[in-house]
Design a protein around this ligand. Sequence first.
Ligand SMILES: Cc1cc2nc3c(=O)[nH]c(=O)nc-3n(C[C@H](O)[C@H](O)[C@H](O)COP(=O)(O)O)c2cc1C
Length: 339
Amino acid sequence: MSDFTIHPDSPWLAPLAGYSDLPFRLLAKRHGCGACCSEMVSVKGLAYKNSGTRRLIATCPEDDPMVLQLFGAEPDFFGPVMDKLVGLDFRNFDLNAGCPVRKVVKSGSGARLMEDPDKLVRIASIMVEKAALHPKGGRVGVKFRLGYDKGDDTYLDLARRLEDAGADWVTLHPRYGRQLFAGRADWAKLALLKKAVSIPVIASGDLFTAADGVRCAEQTGVDAVMFARGALYDPSIFARYTALRRGEELPPPDGAHLAAIVREHIRLTKEYEGDDRSFRKIRSIIPRYAKGLKGIRALRGSLLACRSWEDLEKAAAVISEMEPADGLPAPAAVDDVCQ
Ligand SMILES: Cc1cc2nc3c(=O)[nH]c(=O)nc-3n(C[C@H](O)[C@H](O)[C@H](O)COP(=O)(O)O)c2cc1C
């Protein structure tokens, strides 16, 4: 795994459980993404060699630099798992301290860790210490929210402590844990965080379009932006963003553009996974790309009838002929994308 720079002109793909798998990360890289995060992976699952987690850490040279995101609440699990991962040549890591979903917070992981900053910093310190054992030196970031309860702004203190503990970057999604995805991300807090620490700060939250990314970088002074739901609709958001930073606007995505992306996504899924499970998964994902186009119902129906990869490619090809629906799709709601 190689090194990477954290820079406003190098946009990131966010960790997205159920979505930022190897084929999607490769797709994002081909469309201008600078660094991709994996889906969150349970440190306990890795410790117990759970077969599902093996799939979550699948990677390949083209995936490089990939940032492997871990979640867990028990510091003792992190040391041995990090030793194993570093031995497997993983070099860039992230700690999930922002996920608010019930099954994660009920074990004290994700955003719940923000309620126990001592433990959070202890886990991050273990990760930093172990990542440093990589022959080329490893790097560790932490992704968090403003705090767990509304108004409980613990993020600035936490970020300073993480900097002291040797974290290489921090990523802030400026909402509270209890807020889930309601309301708006408070970008002003990103600017405050940027002033509070000297390690790089990465922005996440309500970056639905390339223009959102450019505005956020300009308004907050962050070191990089991270696209999440915006990339699920159109993975070329990364190239659009870097073009816009140069003052160029790429043409908006039409049916032909989206059909090419779908073809690429199917091909990468077939090449890197290729089993029944990945077939069903990509079949359910394709309609998301056609969200702003007319005829999505018929598309869903024909996809459901597909039984082979060839059928899938043929059914998806109709996207290139689909006309834009009236108005743009609403920003992806979490319910839309969460499985
Ligand atoms: C379906 C879905 C899965 C997510 N999975 C993760 C995850 O595994 N780890 C994580 O730190 N954040 C996760 N997030 C949060 C995103 O990385 C990001 O911080 C959040 O969506 C805000 O960005 P956006 O408003 O631009 O989408 C997830 C979000 C969504 C919608």
